[in-house]
Design a protein around this ligand. Structure first.
Ligand SMILES: Nc1ncnc2c1ncn2[C@@H]1O[C@H](COP(=O)(O)OP(=O)(O)OP(=O)(O)O)[C@@H](O)[C@H]1O
Ligand SMILES: N[C@@H](CCO)C(=O)O
Length: 329
């Protein structure tokens, strides 16, 4: 017999940027802009989907909708029959741009399922069972580097080992300000993964392992090392033919000293700016001057290189990950 479900839940999920240069399929960062879904149990068995914002004209509204698949995954994992549901999606994360829209949809659906089922982790202040959600979401996505920051927030390292998926989430240095340059056109992760070779030269693998290790040090205490720490030889060049403008922009930004990388599978370009480097006196001691003004100056400076067709946005790092905003615990 099925449990009595909660009737309505609202869930927010952050955008994410994966890879961060050398951390292919492992490193990720949660960004402070969010999708939101509201799921309400219906009296009948129907699933009714409505969408506003990004993807409203393109995503399917039937059982193949990614959030619905994720909801179903949560109910099946709990051994429960999924009830009929009214699902309303407010999408702000653009699709197929390298900002983790699919991980956001998957995480939102599984979290809503967990909340409707009344599943809780009593060790967490907000009761959200993030480990359970992360494990199911990483299985559905197939790689964990967007899902981990989406679920846990902050800067994450994720991997698969004994006992399944694992992730470590930590707060990066407050000196780091992510700035995204989002183009109008998209590129699916599936296509971008199809461009990767079966194997890479040992020297390139060694180079990338070293840079990924350096990046974790840069993110925590040494943002002045972000420029060398974001060099990659595992994926960006192999995918260049599918996003020539992004690769061109990265070259131009790096030539001017910006730590610029492809965000996720692209084609968005992510700049990891060190506010101390671009800021005013006192930056090293933690007083970075007017952070918002520095960000605007950086945007101006980046805009000078992009030309039209790019949306440039300074963002804060989301430290919370997925949230059940209603009902609150
Ligand atoms: N909110 C959503 N609702 C339904 N489907 C979605 C949603 N978000 C993403 N999708 C599906 O996922 C696809 C995009 O996923 P894809 O993995 O290609 O890119 P991404 O997740 O935006 O970028 P990346 O993985 O590089 O960060 C969309 O085209 C759509 O099919
Ligand atoms: N690591 C993934 C991130 C995008 O989902 C990739 O680059 O294919």
């Amino acid at each position: 017999m099925s449990k009595p479900y909660r009737t309505t839940v609202t869930v927010q999920t952050p955008a994410t940027s994966a890879n961060l240069g050398p951390g292919f399929d492992a490193l990720g960062l949660a960004l402070e802009f969010h999708d939101e879904i509201e799921a309400t149990v219906r009296a009948d068995d129907r699933v009714v989907v409505t969408v506003e914002g990004e993807g409203a004209d393109t995503v399917p509204l039937d059982e193949s909708h990614l959030v619905v698949r994720a909801l179903r995954t949560a109910f099946e994992a709990a051994g429960e029959r999924m009830p009929g549901i009214d699902l309303h999606c407010r999408n702000r994360i653009p699709h197929a741009r390298g900002l983790g829209s699919s991980s956001s949809a998957i995480t939102a659906g599984i979290t809503a399922g967990a909340a409707l089922l009344g599943r809780r982790d009593e060790k967490q202040p907000d009761g959200v069972d993030r480990d359970w959600i992360f494990s199911l979401a990483a299985d559905l996505e197939g790689h964990p580097d967007n899902v981990a920051p989406c679920v846990y927030g902050g800067f994450t390292v994720a991997w698969r080992g004994d006992g399944g998926w694992h992730a470590l989430s930590t707060a990066p240095s407050p000196r780091i300000r992510p700035i995204v340059c989002v183009p109008d056109g998209g590129l699916s992760t599936e296509r971008a993964r199809g461009l990767l070779p079966e194997s890479v030269p040992h020297a390139d693998a060694a180079f990338s392992a070293g840079r990924a290790a350096l990046l974790t040090a840069a993110v925590f205490g040494h943002p002045e090392l972000l420029f060398p720490a974001t060099e990659d030889r595992l994926h960006q060049e192999y995918r260049a033919e599918a996003m020539p403008e992004s690769v061109q922009l990265i070259r131009s930004l790096r030539a001017s000293g910006f730590a610029a990388v492809v965000s996720g599978a692209g084609p968005t370009v992510l700049v990891l700016a060190d506010l101390a480097e671009h800021g005013v006196a006192g930056a090293q001691s933690g007083a970075y001057g007017d952070r918002d003004q520095i960000s605007l100056d950086l945007v101006d400076s980046i805009q000078g290189r992009t030309g039209t067709g790019w949306h440039i946005r300074p963002l804060r790092i989301d430290q919370a990950g997925v949230r059940v905003t209603s009902p609150r615990s």
